[in-house]
Design a protein around this ligand. Structure first.
Ligand code: BGO
Length: 271
């Protein structure tokens, strides 16, 4: 049976290089429906039953750019069998912002720690095992330019897909935010697949317009959700989207501290 693996990642993380390496000449190029954003897919060179779906380069799953909307709609609605999240390991801190969001989708995720050759050349190290544990997903070192690790990443994604083993994000927000997310989950339960519950709850908490429209919540539910969000905002004296963003960055800082060692400070950009 055909398996679809989506390649997601920040711009310049090496997505195109890995896509070309994996698919060779069997590529189809077009546009995503209704938008002028390039759509590329191809068959894995070594197994035509594996479709590799390239996704637009993005920094976040917010609803603010066409690329972000295309990517999140594809991931939530078309549901590929697995995601390979291509992370530029030499810019790991910035890249993990998207990773934390992808792991909340409840789908199988493999992090391809790409540009590992750059990290190694600088004498820096990343504890991949610990990173995988902290993120709650598999991590594979890759160098798309050298053609190393990409096949292992695909194999890991296929294994997770066959087990339907969604990622298991370890990150929790602060207690008040988690309580709000739980209350929002209770409001929207039954309207969405339970696998995607965490992602939808966070998006409702952030007042994500696209998600609120999609869920077509009745007035009473919308008002209850608004009450939950406002109560949390008052406690933090901040807007809900900023609360989530700040806590994400705090968590990523902890992950970096625990997993990344820089030989010559400044050589590994963690910004
Ligand atoms: C240029 N290791 C190293 N060292 N470089 C890599 C790796 C890797 O594992 N993977 C990709 N690159 P894209 P998006 C370039 O184009 O695939 C390099 O946006 C240059 N170009 O070769 O395009 C890759 O699809 C001139 O570099 O990323 C590319 O995600 C000088 O990372 C860049 C130096 O890869 C982005 C590099 C004219």
């Amino acid at each position: 049976m055909a398996v679809t693996i989506a390649l997601a990642g920040n711009p310049n993380s090496g997505k195109t290089t890995m896509f070309n390496d994996l698919t060779g000449s069997s590529q189809r190029v077009g546009n995503w429906p209704g938008v002028t954003v390039e759509k590329k897919d191809g068959k894995l060179k070594t197994d035509k039953n594996v479709i590799i779906q390239d996704l637009p380069g993005i920094y976040s799953l917010s609803p603010y750019t066409m690329e972000e909307v295309v990517t999140r709609n594809y991931l939530i609605k078309e549901k590929p069998d697995a995601i390979i999240d291509i992370v530029d390991a030499s810019n790991i801190e910035r890249n993990l912002y998207l990773t934390t969001q992808l792991t909340e989708l409840g789908m199988p995720v493999v992090v391809a720690l790409n540009m590992i050759d750059v990290v190694q050349k600088n004498g820096d190290t990343i504890d991949t095992k610990k990173l995988g544990k902290m993120l709650g997903c598999e991590v594979v070192e890759t160098s798309a330019i050298k053609g190393t690790g990409s096949r292992e990443a695909v194999q890991a994604a296929r294994t997770l897909a066959s087990k339907k083993a969604g990622s298991d994000p370890k990150h929790t927000f602060s207690a008040d935010v988690e309580k709000s997310l739980e209350e929002i989950s209770d409001l929207i339960r039954g309207k969405i697949p339970s696998d995607n519950m965490r992602w939808y709850s966070i998006k409702v908490f952030e007042r994500d317009k696209e998600v609120i429209k999609e869920l077509s919540l009745d007035k009473n539910t919308r008002e209850k959700a608004e009450g939950i969000i406002k109560a949390c905002e008052e406690k933090y004296d901040d807007d809900s989207e900023s609360i989530i963003t700040n806590e994400r960055y705090n968590y990523i800082s902890q992950v970096i501290q625990a997993c990344v060692t820089i030989k010559n400070k400044g050589s590994l950009s963690t910004s």
